[in-house]
Design a binder for this molecule. Structure first.
Ligand SMILES: Nc1ncnc2c1ncn2[C@@H]1O[C@H](COP(=O)(O)OP(=O)(O)OP(=O)(O)O)[C@@H](O)[C@H]1O
Length: 291
């Protein structure tokens, strides 16, 4: 594996056992550390399948997958790494949308009971919570006494994020995970994740990368480094944030109502129009129409 790569995929193809056709076709991709990557594509283009393979959740033996230089499907793959200060971090974390619907979490238990039931010893929990956990609890406004079966989907999602992010990570795979967060929680989560990636630049042991799959493009400007476009299981496009030129500057002053009651919002420098154009093009291709 090349130096500095968090993820390396060579010639990866995947077919679900019950399907006749492949879902992923000969994917080749290299993702370096210290980057935030958006994985975009229409419904059914293969994003979840791909992320689950990267996360070691779906076994795939057609092609090579290296996650932080190791094969997640190899015997003896360990998902935890011990750093020089003795702390542990996760190699790869996959967060999907299913979690909030699982029976395991929809029980009459508190957030604290749920976290300890997953193997966090109380003393570790206290240690973790004095720093990272407390910070996450604060930005996501989670109460340890919340009872899981009484929470909204967005509140459960916040608990999922706290549990998954308690330990730092090398590779974070987010599959539509912010869909039910309110704008404040989403904004603060993005800030936290950006900070995580930035601190890897200071400390090579903590260098990490994020792959985020979403259909919502609000608030993503300047957050990501790269966009990867998947179409029918193939990489159709791949470009860096630095190659985007926004034609209209967004300005703080233009947001909100003035004293005459007129509400002004500047033109959004969003990826939305670009992605809409891509996916409409994909749709025309699917129908065999000229682009
Ligand atoms: N468990 C499964 N068994 C069989 N086929 C599946 C299964 N899960 C997904 N597929 C098929 O694989 C293809 C890709 O699905 P996938 O969920 O990876 O797409 P996606 O890009 O994440 O879509 P979305 O944006 O809707 O979440 C689809 O055509 C889907 O029907």
């Amino acid at each position: 594996m090349s130096e500095g790569l968090a993820i390396e995929v060579k010639d990866l193809s995947y077919k679900y056992p019950i399907n006749d056709v492949k879902t992923l076709h000969s994917i080749n991709l290299q993702i370096p550390y210290n980057t935030i990557n958006l994985l975009l594509g229409s419904n059914g283009s293969g994003k979840t399948t791909f992320l689950k393979i990267l996360g070691g959740k779906t076994l795939c033996l057609n092609g090579d997958v290296l996650i932080d230089k190791s094969n997640p499907f190899a015997n003896g793959f360990r998902n935890t790494i011990t750093l020089s200060d003795g702390s542990e971090i996760n190699k790869v974390c996959y967060f999907g949308t299913d979690w909030v619907r699982s029976e395991f979490i929809n029980r009459d238990i508190t957030v604290l009971e749920l976290i300890t039931s997953l193997g966090y010893r109380k003393e570790n929990l206290e240690h973790e919570f004095t720093k990272r956990g407390n910070y996450l609890m604060d930005i996501l406004e989670v109460d340890m006494g919340w009872r899981m079966h009484m929470l909204s989907d967005g509140q459960k999602r916040r608990v999922q994020l706290i549990m998954g992010l308690l330990k730092p990570f090398k590779i974070l795979l987010l599959d539509e995970i912010t869909i039910d967060l309110d704008v404040v929680a989403r904004f603060k989560l993005f800030e936290f994740l950006k900070f995580e990636v930035a601190q890897g630049l200071q400390n090579p042991e903590r260098q990490c990368c994020i792959v985020y799959c979403t259909h919502i493009f609000d608030g993503l400007n300047s957050w990501y480094d790269r966009v990867i476009h998947l179409h029918r299981g193939e990489i159709e496009g791949d470009f860096d944030y630095s190659s985007i030129v926004y034609v209209d500057e967004e300005s703080e002053e233009n947001i909100d109502a003035d004293d005459t009651g007129v509400v002004r919002i500047s033109k959004s420098s969003s990826l939305h129009p670009l992605v809409l154009k891509w996916l409409l093009k994909d749709q025309r291709k699917n129908k065999g129409l000229s682009i």
